[in-house]
Design a protein around this ligand. Structure first.
Ligand code: NI
Length: 211
């Protein structure tokens, strides 16, 4: 296995991330980071790449999330600072910062191409928006911004999608499967999306008064 990062560096980085993200809101806080880390490891075991780089990028990819920093995305900056303090090699730091800076869904039009390690972490990050987790995150996020999961009007004309969690499923989440970089993640995304569609199908049938 390709490995350019010391195991202890990853462990120390995880400790720093756990401390710094403790107390950030659920859905996009530490719980998200630890799920992305676990999924990135799983994808790496099939897709290859440098495991230590994958782990560090997964740990640091939302460390300066704009939501918690007045709308300014600071993850790349914080990743550089943390890795520098932990004594990581310059090459590793530059690689991680490039991944973190070019990962997000919002930036995908202007993003630079990602390395294999970056593609793996991006896939893991997108997978965390799908499946049972994706359903819960959509509902929690909707509750936080006052957006309902469902409006009766959705049943009638399917319009106004962005006003609801169900709209978010269609506008964003069901597109993620086709954006996956690795075959391993595409298969996981297919399974997760199938579960969400099954959930939606039951939900809408029950809204219509069926069993
Ligand atoms: Ni993320």
């Amino acid at each position: 296995m390709q490995r350019s990062v010391d195991r202890r560096l990853v462990e120390r980085c995880e400790q720093v991330v756990r401390q710094r993200m403790a107390g950030q809101s659920a859905g996009h806080g530490l719980d998200h980071i630890l799920r992305v880390l676990a999924m990135a490891r799983s994808i790496q075991s099939q897709a290859g790449g440098d495991l230590g780089v994958v782990e560090l990028a997964a740990l640091l990819h939302d460390i300066g999330d704009a939501k918690f920093h007045d709308g300014v995305e600071r993850s790349g900056e914080f990743a550089r600072e943390i890795l520098g303090q932990l004594g990581a090699d310059g090459d590793v730091i530059e690689h991680i910062v490039r991944i973190v800076d070019n990962l997000s869904f919002r930036k995908r039009e202007e993003a630079e191409p990602l390395s294999l390690e970056g593609k793996i972490v991006q896939d893991a990050d997108r997978l965390d928006a799908l499946g049972a987790i994706g359903i819960v995150r959509t509902i929690e996020y909707g509750a936080a911004i006052g957006q309902p999961f469902y409006l009766a009007a959705d049943l009638i004309d399917g319009s106004g999608k962005s006003r609801t969690g169900i709209g978010h499923f269609h506008e964003k989440l069901f597109k993620l499967k086709d954006l996956m970089n690795t075959q391993a993640a595409r298969l996981m995304a297919e399974q997760r999306e199938a579960f969400m569609r099954q959930f939606l199908d039951q939900f809408l049938r029950q809204c219509a008064g069926e069993v």
